[in-house]
Design a protein around this ligand. Sequence first.
Ligand code: NIG
Ligand code: FE
Length: 410
Amino acid sequence: MKGIKNLSQIITLEGVHKKGGRRPLRGDLCIIENGSIVFDEDKILWVGSQKNIPKEYENIPFIDGSGHILTPEVVDSHTHLVFGGNRAREYGMRLDGADYQEIANAGGGILSSMKMTNEASFNELFESAKERIKKIHSYGVGTIEIKSGYGLNIEKEIECSRVIKKLKEFFSPQIQIFSTFMPAHAIPKTWSSPQKYMEDVVYPATEQAAKEKLFDAIDIFHEEGYFGSKITKEYLEWCQSKDFAIKMHVDEFNDNGGAEMAHNYKALSADHLLCVGKRGIKALSKSDTIATILPGTGFFLGKNQAPAKELIEQGAKLSIASDYNPGSCHCDNLILIASLAAPQLKLNLAEVWTGITYNAAASLGLTKQGVLVKGFRPRFSLFRAKIIDEITYNWGHNLANSDLLAQAFS
Ligand code: NIG
Ligand code: FE
C-alpha cells in the first residue's frame, strides 16, 4: 500500500465518468484541492482532501506530491511508432506544394515507410521504438497504442507485431502497451488488386497473428484508393466472427460512411474523422464507439480539422490522440498536440482532459482506468503545476514528472 500526499490538485474526472465521457464540463473534472491518494498495486483505495486522510492510512509510506497535480493517466490511443527510416524529404516536398496523395502516387507515403521498415532488422525496429516510447512516457503518457502496418507482407507484419509484443513485456507494468494489427494499412504496388492483397496477405497474416496472440485489436484504413467499403465490411465481418476487437481509420480524405460503419461493427473507435459528415456524426452521437480525433495530422498536413465540437455537442465520446507516425504526423507529444488543438477546435479543458485520459482509455477497452475514484486502477500522470490549466497553457514545455511517479510505485 502506498500514497501520494500534498498534491496541489487531484483531477478525479468523477463527473466525466458519471456522464460516460459525453459532453464534459469543467465541473465534471471534480477537482480536489490539496489532495492525497492511497492505492495498492491494483486499485485506488482512497482519494480525498489532505486533511481527511483516514486514520488507517496515516502511517503508510507517502510520497510528497507538493507542487504537483495528479491526473488520470494520459493515454495515447493512436500511434504508428514501429517504423524504419524517416520521411523528412517528403515533408520538404509537401512544403514545396505536393499533397499527401501526390506524394503517395510518386512512390512516397506509407509505401516508402514500408520499404524502409522491411530493410530494418527486428532489433533495429525494437530499439528505435523503445527510444520513442521512453520519450513519449517522459511527457506523462502511461498507456500507448501501437499499430503494425509498415510491414505490408505476412512476415514483416508478424515481425513488427512481435516487436510490439516484446516492447509490451519490456515496459510492463510502468508503461502499458496496446497492440493493434494493421496489415490493411496500404496496398503495395506488387498486388494486382486490393482483393488479392486481402486474400494473400491480410487474412492469413491476421490468422497467424491471432494464433500467436500478437494483437489486442485490428485496424483498417477505410478510404478510396486504400480499402474500399465492400472489402472493409467483409474483413470486419470476419473479424467480428472471430471476436477480434476493431479499430478503424475513417473519413480522413473523404466522407465515405466510415464512421457509420465503425458504429455498426461496434468498433472501439473511429479515428481521424476530418471529413465526417452529418450521418457519421449522428451515428457516433449515441454510440459507444469513441470518436478519436488526431489534430496533429491536420496541423502537419495543413488540412482542416475534424468537427470536434459538433461531435461533442451531438453526444459523441471524443478522444484525442497523436497519430505519431513518420509521414502524416511526426510528433510524439500528445500534450503539445492537445495544447494546440484546444483553441483551434474550441475545446474546453474538460473536453481536452477527457479526450486524453478517460475516453482515450475507453477507446482501448480500458474501462477500469481514466478516473481517480476508489476501486479504479491506480494509473496516473503527475505534472509540476498548481492548477490544471497550467499544463496545456505552457505549450511546448514538458511539466510531467515521470520520475516522481516511478518513485510512487517503487
Ligand atoms: O493515420 N491514414 C493512414 N495512416 C497514417 C498515415 C501513416 C503515414 O503516412 O505513414 C495516419 O495518418
Ligand atoms: Fe493512423
